[in-house]
Design a binder for this molecule. Sequence first.
Ligand code: HXC
Ligand code: NAP
Length: 298
Amino acid sequence: MDASQLMFKPGLMKGQKILVTGGGTGLGKEMAEAFLHLGADVVIWGRRGDVLKETADELMGKHGGTVTPVACDIRVPDAIKDAVDQSWAGGAVTGLVNNAAGNFISRTEDLSTRGFDAIANIVFHGTFYTTLDVGKRWIDQGIKGNVISILTTWVWNGSPFVVPSAMSKAGVNAMTQSLAVEWSRYGIRFNAIAPGPFPTEGMSKRLNPTSGGDAYSDMSRNPMGRVGHMHELCNLAVFLMGPGAEYVNGQTIAIDGAEYQSSGGNFSGLRSWTDDAWKAARDAIQAQNAKDRAKRTV
Ligand code: HXC
Ligand code: NAP
């Protein structure tokens, strides 16, 4: 992310401590960098301890400040409790970004129940477990916390070929709307961001696994003709997380160049794929899964 493209004054986020799940890579890393650059302390979670540490060192080297890596698998409730304890050390967490996720394209008839759970346990259960643990501490300690969840535009129209993700993200959208109302009496607010295409390795290798890296060279399907720029996402995240926009509550905001309005923004285009195309996709995704799994430390 190009920090000079951030819209906000230096020090805007001073005094805040933001926990970003999945903050070691991709969009989570970008948002963590923006919060850090604007003066917040940041805590990043993920399952690959070395990836988190490399990210923390890189971001502190660029911007100073404090980035604390905490290895945690959000599918495991006891692990979340320990990780939140570690995240609270030295000062309370004041903001949570539910960004960690898993996803892969697959025909739904090719999924096993374990395949469904691999996604739902991260996105649906893990996001709730994390929000519940952090939220209860905020309520006990009288902290006016702030939550952003990273969703997709499919929360409004579903998506073929990523059904476990579409179902789980829709559930987190319902959590956002529900808890914005229920926990407003504690001063805790909830919003969500639904990004369009912001190419990252984790996403591209699982949602465009056989494109050879050029899936985003033709963006004619997008009304603006391009993918998102990371600073654009970061500016929206800071707007929602920073001070001054407290009355925005219970909203899910798309940032996709109007792709959703234009084409639904989902995977309908894969209906023409052949059996061979699906086999090639699955092989490529599972190779990436195995590569990433080998680096997990929790
Ligand atoms: C069908 C598949 C499959 C595939 C895995 N499975 N890949 N089934 N097609 N391509 C099945 C396996 O066969 C297995 O079931 C089950 O899923 C669990 O597989 P594991 O590899 O053991 O899972 P695990 O190690 O727990 O890894 C979880 C994961 C992995 C979700 C599968 O992809 C992961 O860790 N992802 C994290 C990063 C990520 O996905 N980032 C992308 C986010 S992008 P069986 O029955 O065989 O045992 C995103 C973008 C959305 O969300 C919006 C874009 C516009
Ligand atoms: P990514 O780099 O693969 O990010 C996913 C992150 O989640 C990784 O850092 C991963 O780290 C972490 N994670 C996964 N399972 C976890 C678990 N069980 N416990 C803890 N951490 C876990 O992909 P991304 O593209 O940046 O995606 C980030 C978010 O943006 C996701 O919510 C995704 O759905 C959303 N999104 C992305 C796009 C896009 O275009 N990129 C569009 C719409 C929405 P470990 O593997 O180390 O655990």
